[in-house]
Design a binder for this molecule. Sequence first.
Ligand code: ATP
Ligand code: MG
Length: 413
Amino acid sequence: DWLKDAAVQRVFELLNADGGEGRVVGGAVRNALMAIPISDIDFATTNPPEEVMARAKHAGIKAVPTGFDHGTVTLVIDGRGFEVTTLRKDVETDGRRAKVSFGRDWQEDAERRDFTINALYATADGTVIDLIDGLKDIESRTLRFIGDAASRIAEDYLRVLRFFRFFAYYGVGRPDADGLRACARAKDRLDTLSAERVWSELRKLLAAPDPSRALLWMRTSGVLTAVLPESEKWGIDAIHGLIAAEQSLGWSPDALVRLAAIIPPQAERIDSLSQRLRLSKAESEQLLKFASAPAISADTAGAALDRMLYRHGPTGILTRLKLSLASARAQAVENDEQMVKAARFDALLKRAQAFTRPVFPIGGADVIALGVKPGPKVGEVLGRLEDSWIERNFTEDRAALTARLQDVVSKLD
Ligand code: ATP
Ligand code: MG
């Protein structure tokens, strides 16, 4: 039982002393009630942040003021971090992020949260406290804004994306009609949000076990185009096929491969997306590798694929092959031609996954040993020899290449 865990109980003991109180809130309670694995355990408390810091210091627990101004202190116990946040209520807002003040009122703390399923509390003995009628929405898996959807969105437009994110993970059937309508109406205000907050929500949405239904509703409501203008209409079908392939072939979900499925592989679009949403360098490089990867058809020969892998590296090519395979599989029902294509892409993907890049066995010293003066010519000779070695599918060893080296050098004069 996750609440009986010693570290969790230590947090409760710390917060529940001297007239203070702490409760677990948000994702942990929600997931536990839905019997879904819990990621982090967050606490809400009546104690002000200075008090949490002081108590932790006294108890010899490491405390880091990770968001002190909005009341968050992270306690570190047995190497695990627990975010403890003082009860808050919204006082004003600019639509970019709600401004809060500290309080001691659990009802107010619940009401300023976004969705009913996110505003349930658990006490140390496992009692669930439901102040906003969230339990019934947990049971029916309904994602519902607390209070009036439109006004809650106007306080913080990120809630539009959170709506689709949580729908992707927990929703069933159609999204709540009021919530969906309010999200659709707010779509033109999303550009006021910071890139970091938007991308962080989108990344989580894309990493959901199956984000395709949420993305479909984002498209129908116009939110997808507002937040990802680079995406294409066919992207929804593509992601559908990708998820089906992931599930039946056991591919691990990857938010960036899913993103690649809904945008065309064009460097300009990927550049604009990376800059607008401030993707990390590694993320934008992964997408650019995909965009610049050579086109691979179902009839591409295995040896030709090896050459592409040698020249381009595996990252973008693997994504290309996965998407091509997923698309062929999706169309393969009662279509023999696509079935054949799917089998070919499957073989190419397996070959690409098994490919280890051979090491070119000749170096600059070998060229210089033949009397070429150190300088740009050495690189040119090496480049030509390497090209022909690739064209011959890496079959020549060092001896064979050394024998040809003299030839390449003399031809260059
Ligand atoms: P996850 O499993 O993704 O961590 P979570 O529900 O814990 O899910 P967080 O983003 O960690 O989500 O937020 C913790 C809690 O804080 C939420 O459950 C919700 O009650 C509240 N919350 C977070 N962001 C907002 C927001 N923008 N507006 C209102 N409430 C929010
Ligand atoms: Mg959380």
